[in-house]
Design a protein. Structure first.
Lengths: 209, 193
């Protein structure tokens, strides 16, 4: 099959991309990876905390996806299917290595490219606002990292990737009610953490109390 | 807008227990954050590993052409070439030589066999086939007897009820096992709701 320009692949729908990949187009496979590498990697990184491990697991998730691409139901959302594979791959890894030790304490603290650096972009605002933005990013990052892994995953899938409750339930294998409960609790926990960190109102009781 | 504003809006919605507003505010807050991206060259590494593992989807095979094994070249046209003729002669010579050598090598082996051995071998083969057919017939008869016995037993309401109970128990057990495995694979074993 003749090579396809990445710009052409970018205009294809997910279903078209899958169809081309199944027809044997290596470029379509590469296009699939390029389209979903960031959300899949970001989700896994949120769950395992270590960039190197996250890359290995993301690779493994895509390999599994390729291996099972023929069984993908094109009526379903491709992102949800990939997130489900990423979820299971990561969960298997965490169960092998011990779930209790999962943490994201170090992420974004010293390395460039973290949320803090993104929000600390001073190109569009003054130094004071930039500093406050940086602090907010760091506080948010710490708050999310401090969530239980299952809450963290639900938060990322819902509020970062924009999945519906049903899609999260499908990706994580959880009942719909559990997904809603996780998200509710996660939001409350984040609110409490940010309020405690000084991001709440000057007076008044903290949210969720 | 100051960075504190979206946070304040979200926290206010949480305090007001406004679920939809809180969700929207938090999503808006997190939407401003850029997400971590994989290291450069990630896609290339995935593709390389996929190629190594042989997991890239392969193009569906083209419909088989009738007599697809037949050569697509025109032999008369090919044989007009001097090189092709020379290659054909060489091929015939080497093939003939190979056959002659092979026959020479097999001669001592073939000499060891007699027509009597061949007949005895065929007789043994026929005996083995007959025994296999007899065994198959016995197995068919056994299963037929078993089927008749089960049908007779199921005629009794007590046996039918017991069998139904056993099936229900087995189905329940399988369902329980399935649920346990599903739970094990999800987060809910960490935090059962």
């Amino acid at each position: 099959m003749a090579p396809t320009a990445l710009s052409t692949l970018a205009t294809l729908t997910d279903a078209e991309l899958v169809a081309r990949a199944l027809a044997g187009s290596e470029d379509a496979c590469r296009g699939l990876v390029l389209r979903f590498e960031r959300p899949v990697y970001a989700l896994i990184l949120r769950m395992v905390g270590d960039p190197s491990t996250a890359e290995d697991l993301a690779q493994e998730a895509f390999i599994k996806a390729f291996r099972n691409l023929a069984s993908y139901d094109r009526e379903r959302k491709l992102a949800s299917w990939l997130f489900k594979i990423a979820h299971n791959t990561t969960l298997d890894h965490l169960r092998r290595g011990g779930l209790a030790t999962v943490a994201l304490e170090a992420s974004g603290e010293d390395e460039g490219g973290g949320l803090a650096d993104v929000l600390a972009d001073t190109s569009t605002e003054g130094p004071a606002a930039a500093a406050e933005r940086h602090d907010l990013a760091r506080a948010l990052e710490r708050a999310i990292a401090g969530l239980r892994p299952e809450y963290r995953e639900a938060v990322v899938l819902r509020y970062v990737e924009g999945l519906s409750y049903d899609e999260i339930a499908e990706a994580t294998g959880l009942p719909l009610g559990t997904v809603k409960t996780f998200l509710h609790r996660a939001r409350k926990a984040l609110a409490v953490t940010l309020t405690a960190a000084g991001w709440g109102p000057e007076t008044g009781s903290p949210p969720g109390s | 807008m100051k960075p504190r504003d979206p946070v304040a809006r979200w926290l206010a919605a949480e305090r007001a227990a406004s679920e939809a507003e809180a969700e929207a505010a938090l999503a808006a807050l997190l939407a401003d954050l850029d997400q971590p991206a994989p290291p450069a060259g990630f896609a290339a590494r995935v593709m390389r590993r996929a190629a190594e593992d042989g997991v890239l989807p392969v193009a569906a095979a083209a419909p088989a052409r009738w007599r697809s094994w037949s050569p697509r070249v025109s032999w008369p046209q090919v044989m007009r070439s001097t090189w092709a003729r020379a290659a054909a002669v060489l091929l015939l010579l080497t093939s003939g030589l190979t056959v002659a050598l092979a026959l020479g090598a097999l001669q001592p082996l073939l000499a060891g066999f007699s027509s009597g051995d061949l007949v005895a071998g065929l007789a043994d083969l026929a005996t083995a086939v007959g025994a296999a057919v007899t065994g198959l017939a016995e197995a068919v008869e056994y299963f037929a007897a078993l089927r008749r016995a089960i049908a007779l037993a199921l005629g009794s309401p007590v046996v039918a009820l017991a069998l139904g109970l056993c099936l229900a128990l087995a189905a329940g057990g399988f369902r329980l096992l399935h649920d346990i495995l599903q739970r094990e694979r999800s987060w809910s074993y960490v935090d059962p709701i």
